[in-house]
Design a protein around this ligand. Structure first.
Ligand SMILES: C[S@@+](CC[C@H](N)C(=O)[O-])C[C@H]1O[C@@H](n2cnc3c(N)ncnc32)[C@H](O)[C@@H]1O
Length: 239
């Protein structure tokens, strides 16, 4: 996942500690989280040429899985964090009942298990708030190449990412607004500070141009930005 073992350990620890509180915290940190997930999962379906199989890469607590399972015959959720996956498993069984068998959960990453993703396996890949936790451009590119390879011809990638503004002044303004909206939505000092720290110390955000370069280099074409809220953008790209 990263070239820096201590950063990797910090992130794994973050998601181990955060697992139980994640579903609450993410809605404070991402004020449009539910709307984004609805849009990104609908887009994965709407833009896919077939609805057989969808991958949710970096599924976390699996919030996208029941939404994707409404559209696709089979959904695979992959994540390196066992506590996050345990919550995803509980969510799937609670929300999908008998249809939970259509969802498979796998622990790992494209870096930890290079053969994790079979070629040309999926009609759509959904990847929400994940790439920014991969440390170097090289490692991000390698993950994007694996996602590209696992898509069927003309398969679709829906990618939601926290980006970095190219201009330092814009970056400051965006963060001031982000902090204000978190507090407006009920974050106390501790939560708002934690959100700020996580973005600045544990994330490795690309600029919009940097992300597009990586998508190009991984083989994706025609990346379209379909949504933006503060520093978070959603892009749809095709194999
Ligand atoms: C902010 S959460 C996003 C979870 C979920 N996709 C969502 O939208 O709520 C980031 C997730 O990415 C996972 N993650 C971190 N590095 C990863 C990697 N290299 N490959 C796949 N998942 C990774 C973490 O374990 C964590 O569950």
């Amino acid at each position: 996942m990263t070239n820096n073992p201590s950063a990797a350990a910090d992130q794994a620890e973050l998601f181990r500690q955060m697992a139980a509180g994640y579903d609450h915290a993410i809605r404070v940190f991402q004020p449009t989280y539910d709307a984004m997930l609805q849009l990104s999962t609908d887009l994965a379906c709407a833009a896919a040429t077939s609805r057989a199989r969808c991958l949710d890469y970096g599924t976390g607590t699996g919030a996208a899985l029941p939404l994707l399972a409404r559209h696709f015959d089979a959904v695979v959720g992959i994540d390196p964090g066992k506590p996050m996956l345990d919550l995803a498993r509980a969510r799937v069984s609670q929300e999908l009942g008998a249809d939970a068998t259509r969802v498979t959960l796998v622990e790992g990453t494209t870096a930890s298990q290079p053969r994790l993703l079979p070629p040309a396996e999926f009609d759509a890949v959904h990847c929400s708030l994940v790439l920014m936790f991969i440390e170097s451009d090289e490692a991000k590119l390698s993950a994007l190449r694996a996602l590209h390879s696992t898509l069927r011809p003309s398969g679709v990638l829906v990618l939601t990412e926290i980006l970095r503004d190219a201009e330092a002044g814009d970056e400051q303004e965006t963060f001031a607004l982000w902090n204000a909206i978190m507090r407006q939505r009920g974050a106390n000092d501790v939560l708002a500070t934690r959100g700020d720290q996580q973005v600045h110390t544990l994330m490795h955000r690309c600029t919009d141009a940097g992300l597009r370069d990586l998508l190009d280099a991984a083989g994706f074409c025609s990346a379209v930005k379909v949504f933006q809220t503060l520093h978070t953008s959603m892009l749809v790209a095709r194999k």
